[in-house]
Structures are given as structure tokens and as C-alpha cells.
Design a binder for this molecule. Structure first.
Ligand code: PLP
Length: 405
């Protein structure tokens, strides 16, 4: 999956351009930087690669989400619909702007169930925030229809799905805004970094200012710029942007490799009739960073996980249901409202209300799901060997449960 697997000379070259100048900041110092503007260059490359009108780099995917939420005018008291299966950054960013995370079940796409979204809408709902998990996509047609019908903002969290497309458009460019993360384990990395994409000029201008203390970036003297609104420092550095610039040039080859390796592994696992695979709304657009599959019951899935562990082949297989960072079941800090600074009691009550609901439909999906991370470094031979071992282990367990094989 991650771009860090193929670190090399291109990354070092881009970094050296910055090191030579010593201008590590993305703004200002025009005279000393010898025309080196890595962040600007990466923003232009993002627009060109993904077909977005505007892109704003940030320090992380989390700050990209916070920036996008603020630029879209989402804040105090607004309800935002988000999935139970995501990364903690989804609710972190919502809490940081004072919005209420309304958690909603996922279906066999591992993303928002559109029917569950519809049921969660109230007069306070301001936005729907689908998360395109594990390299694949949410059912965006259905979600867009709902957003249009109820006049809701659609903010795509495409942090894990850089280069994934849906009906010919890249994820992150379809909603009112979309975000990428370039943290160390994402498809392409900056070390740390993120981006907001949007086709709306006014949203972009707000992102540009918000991520840099509210600077309007007018004129050529940073010190006398004005601040039309309050912002924060969510800037990316030139060093990080330089790494991203090398990585984005490799994205197509990463995707090609992912898709080839994914197809080979899927064919191998397909010999087991009890395995079903994640539903992908547009299979041609899948970035194939993970192969996600289901077993018939939670019990069987747990036994398979244990068997993979016992045989020392669990590495790269994720059982999200037990994961501390990606699924509601283990988010006790959120469900108990544990924050370092105090929250308004009404707001806290609201958060607890929405996070302590029954998510049986999500449980029924996630408790049977295993995602296998697809490596860029695998050889055909290695996939054959890994897949073969996995099949043997899974069949052994299925036999124990006397499922017909
Ligand atoms: C990684 C990730 C983020 C946050 O990105 P960081 O750059 O690590 O802050 C947000 N959402 C999802 C779904 C992610 O996987």
C-alpha cells in the first residue's frame, strides 16, 4: 500500500533542492529561494493529476479536514454524519470546530450506508462526510442524491484513497471539498502532510488563509498582509512538500502495481466459496491498496485471525473490529467524552448521545471482515506463497466449523 516502500533517488533529489537553498518555509523569502517553491509546485501537480480546480496543502490529513470544515462554514452545533468505520481523525476534526459527530452504520462497501444516512438527518444536519476507506470508495451517487435532496454539504475524506476514482472522477474532487493525507503510511507520502481539494474558489481562498493564521496572501510583504478572519498554523513545510512531489510522480506506477498484486491475491482467495469480498461501487476505480474480504460469522473470522497469527502470517492482515483506531467499538475516549480541555456540558451530552448508540449493523459487517494490505514490493512468487498459506489456514478453520468445502 504505502509509498514509503519505494523511497529513492527522486525523493532525495527533490529534498536536496530545498536543502541547497535552506528555505524550509513555503511562504515568503522570495529573493533567497532561487525559484524553488515545492509546496506551490505540489499543489499545481495535485490539481493537474486529480482534475481539481484548487488544492491547499496542509500539515496533515487531520488539519486538512479541520481546514475544509471551517472553510465550508461547518461549526458550533452543526451535525455532521460520519461512518463508524474510519480513522479517529474524522471525529477529532469535527470536535475541533465544535460540530457534532453523528455516527452512522457502514454496509458491505465498508463505507456509509446511504439508507442509514437518510435516517440520521435532522434539521441540524449540515454535512455528510463519507470516508473512502482502504483505497476504495463510498457509494457517492446515492450520497450525492441525498445531499442534493436535503441541501447538505458533501465533504469527502479521501485520505486513504489517493488516486481512486469513481465513474471517471477522482475521489476528493466530487463533493464540495475533499481531503488527502500524505502521512507516512498513505498511498503517497510527504512524511507528514495533507491537502484540501475543491472546485469552489471561495472555499479555496478560505482554506488558504485558515491554514496560515488567516493571512490573505496579498502583495509580497508577508509582514503587512491583513487577516480577514482568524486562522491557525496548519502549514506544510517545503521539505515535506518536496517528498510529496517525488511521490506524486510515481502514483500511476504505484496504482498499476497495486492493481496487479490485488488481482492475483483475489484470484487465489476466490477458491474458497465461503469468502465474499467487499462491494466496490466502481471496481475499475479501486486503487487496490487493500483486499477486504468477509467470512460467514464472527466466530469463524476470529478463529481465522488466531490461526493466521499462530502460523505467523497475520502481518498485513487487519481485523478492524478489534482495532483501537479505526472502529467505534474501541473509541472509549470518544464514547466517554474524555478531553483535556473542558467541553460545554450540553455539547458533551450530545456527543455521548450520538456515539453510544447501537451499531449492530456495522458490527455485523466489521466483525466478519479482514483486510489484507497489498504491498508494492511483492513478487508474483511471494503472492502465490502468501495466498496459498492463507487459503490453507482458512480452509483448516472452515473444516473445524464443518462448513462444506
Ligand atoms: C490518515 C487518515 C486521516 C488523517 O491523516 P493524518 O495525515 O494522519 O492526520 C484522516 N482520515 C483517514 C480516513 C485517514 O486514514
Amino acid at each position: 500500500m504505502p509509498g514509503f516502500e519505494l523511497w529513492g533517488d527522486q525523493e532525495r533529489k527533490e529534498l536536496n533542492d530545498v536543502l541547497q537553498n535552506g528555505i524550509l518555509m513555503r511562504y515568503g523569502f522570495d529573493g533567497s529561494r532561487n525559484g524553488i517553491w515545492k509546496a506551490k509546485e505540489l499543489e499545481a501537480a495535485i490539481c493537474k493529476t486529480f482534475g481539481s480546480k484548487y488544492a491547499q496543502l496542509t500539515s496533515s490529513g487531520t488539519s486538512a479536514l479541520t481546514t475544509a470544515l471551517s472553510a465550508l462554514g461547518i461549526g458550533y452545533g452543526d451535525e455532521v454524519i460520519m461512518p463508524t468505520f474510519t480513522f479517529v481523525a474524522s471525529f477529532e476534526s469535527l470536535l475541533s470546530v465544535g460540530a457534532v459527530p453523528v455516527l452512522v452504520d457502514v454496509d458491505d462497501t465498508l463505507t456509509l450506508n446511504p439508507e442509514a444516512v437518510r435516517k440520521a438527518i435532522t434539521p441540524k444536519t449540515k454535512a455528510v462526510m463519507p470516508v473512502h476507506m482502504c483505497g476504495s470508495m463510498a457509494d457517492l451517487d446515492a450520497l450525492q442524491t441525498i445531499c442534493k435532496e436535503y441541501k447538505l454539504i458533501l465533504l469527502e475524506d479521501a485520505c486513504q484513497s489517493i488516486g481512486t476514482s469513481y465513474n471517471g472522477k477522482f475521489l476528493g474532487t466530487i463533493g464540495d471539498a475533499g481531503t488527502f493525507s500524505f502521512d507516512f503510511v498513505k498511498i503517497i507520502t510527504c512524511g507528514e502532510g495533507g491537502a484540501v481539494m475543491t472546485n469552489k474558489e471561495e472555499v479555496y481562498i478560505k482554506c488558504d488563509g485558515y491554514s496560515d493564521h488567516g493571512h490573505d496572501h496579498k502583495g509580497n510583504d508577508r509582514g503587512v498582509e491583513t487577516h480577514p478572519f482568524i486562522g491557525y498554523n496548519y502549514r506544510i513545510s517545503e521539505l515535506h512538500a518536496a517528498v510529496g512531489l517525488a511521490q506524486i510522480k510515481k502514483l500511476n506506477s504505484f496504482l498499476e502495481t497495486n492493481r496487479r498484486n490485488h488481482a492475483q491475491l483475489k484470484t487465489i482467495l476466490s477458491v474458497i466459496p465461503e469468502i465474499t469480498f467487499r462491494r466496490i461501487p466502481d471496481p475499475a476505480g479501486d486503487s487496490c491498496t487493500f483486499l477486504s474480504w468477509f467470512l460467514p460469522t464472527e466466530e469463524i473470522t476470529r478463529s481465522v485471525v488466531n490461526e493466521l497469527k499462530f502460523q505467523n502470517i497475520l502481518a498485513g492482515n487487519f481485523y478492524w473490529y478489534d482495532n483501537n483506531w479505526h472502529y467505534i467499538r474501541k473509541w472509549d475516549h470518544l464514547k466517554n467524552g474524555v478531553t483535556l480541555s473542558s467541553l460545554h456540558p450540553d455539547y458533551k451530552k450530545n456527543i455521548l448521545h450520538h456515539t453510544n448508540k447501537n451499531f449492530a449493523d456495522s458490527d455485523a459487517v466489521m466483525s466478519r471482515c479482514i483486510s489484507t494490505a497489498v504491498s508494492l514490493l511483492w513478487t508474483e512468487e511471494q503472492i502465490k506463497e502468501k495466498g496459498g498459506k492463507m487459503v490453507t489456514a482458512i480452509q483448516k478453520i472452515l473444516k473445524q466449523y464443518s462448513v462444506n468445502i
